[in-house]
Write a new protein. Sequence first.
Lengths: 313, 274
Amino acid sequence: MLLLISIRVFAPAEWTSWMTDPAKDFVTLSVSVIIESLPFVILGILLSAIVQIWLPAGFLLRRLPRNPVLRRSIISLLGVLLPVCECGNVPLTRGLIVSGLSVADSMAFLFAAPIINPITIITTYQAFGWNDGILISRILGGLLIANLVGFIYSAHPAPQTLLTRGFQAACAVDPHAEHGTRTRRTLISFGRESAAMMPALIVGAGIAGLIQVAVSRNLLITLGSNPLWSVLALMALAFIVAICSNVDAFFILSFGSTFLPGGIVAFLIFGPMIDIKMLALMRTTFTVRTLVQVSVLIAVCAAAIGLAVNLVF
Amino acid sequence: MFFSRLIARWKGLALTLLAAIATVWLGVTGQLGLYINPRYYVFTLIMAGIAFVLTIGALLVIPGPGEDDEHDHDHDSHGKPDGRGSDAPDESGAGRRRPLLAFGGSLTALVIVAAAAVALLVVPPSSLTSAAVEQRSLNGSSNTLANAGPPPGSSDDTSAYSVKDWAALIRQGASADDLSGRTATLTGFVTPDADDPDNVFYVARFVVTCCAVDAQPVGVPVYSPGWSSNYATDSWVTVTGQFEANPSVLSAATTVVRPDSLTAVDQPSEPYVY
């Protein structure tokens, strides 16, 4: 590592001049995704370890109501307590599944939490206030979709098959039965979770950087003022920008009146649930088949809500 | 097998360590602003510090690859999170791995670690270039500055106006008449006008909401025929001049700065605006 650092310190500043501008931008953008997401991923891994190791076994599960619809509603609201954006929610959701939460219930948490986390709500309010029902549509739409996904997958005959085999194996071990002090187990869990999340983050950041360099945003932005196309174009923008849900409202606000409110709502609902970085992170846990199904389902729902907002307001 | 287990156990910690060191290094050298908005500095640096401590702690307690750890259920062996492996079994589980697949997974992991090391530690940090300006429609988003300044024509002091402020005024429809008599002093990087690159360039900055990924370029057009023989695209300049109607017939810009002085400067330590 010292060797690598010394290369940057001692090499002449121009040694990267052979890189074309797009290549430089690709590296800059990918690094920026990594630097921006790292704190949230670490926070998510820590919270996941707390749920698995420091809380008494079944602490959370015991307190949840038995009625499945009511239970998922409460789980989908848990995110209000957690200021973690979408990248931190993946390790946390993994922790919840390992602790015994069902796959369907965990999905209700995973997809609702980034939208209803307190920072997201505050920044969305700061950006839009009560204008055009954007804030309300975002919160209610997010909860609705998350509960719908949970409801649909609760009917799955073999929910374990939604998970990757590697993660299934991890779930088969009861974390409370492991030996060693809690600190030691926390550190081992950190090593394990980082081994799952970090390569996914790096690959996700690389793909996000590559798409940013390859796809021009101009077309998407031009489409933003058409009632139908604004919804689809802004969902595509959300997918490729992969911006953190805590600040996405400011980002889309910066385009100002260019976009119709329905497109903005679709952006704000779809982006935190599905984007290029999230797919890479969720791939650590769910099979490709599951991810494709969930992505299509959420995209259709988000588009429907966006179109409805465009018609109503 | 030894090699595969070594990689499987250490890749996450290696990557965390790389990212944490890169973050702290950028923070210490004041270059974090090349990647993220300053309001995240403290949070990012604290979490990088925590990540560093946890990684060192984990390195100390994680059993070596030669030791048999019954709890090593290795659920991380799919080094292909991009889905290239489609639904291929993640070759781990409780049983023994197939050596070839394990080797492929390790190789992928090695490539990821090496790429991350090069991107995070070897390549010198840099700001976005004009290539990104072309992708992101210059001034497409400057409504963010709707309340950036007084209405054009008022007598308020505009001497401290930045590229962002002037770009907002012009986008709101301020004409050369509205801005006549005002002197602008602007610092930004040079990016050519799309329609009349010979005579007009923009003094531009990126506005960053969260991180460089969401950067949107804003810029003020400058009319200076033959500018490209003296100033390279992406080089930094300070322009002082007055506004006037754009003499260029090709360029879409209506109001331009006619420079009284145009000097090359070094890139500022915070190249983006927020």
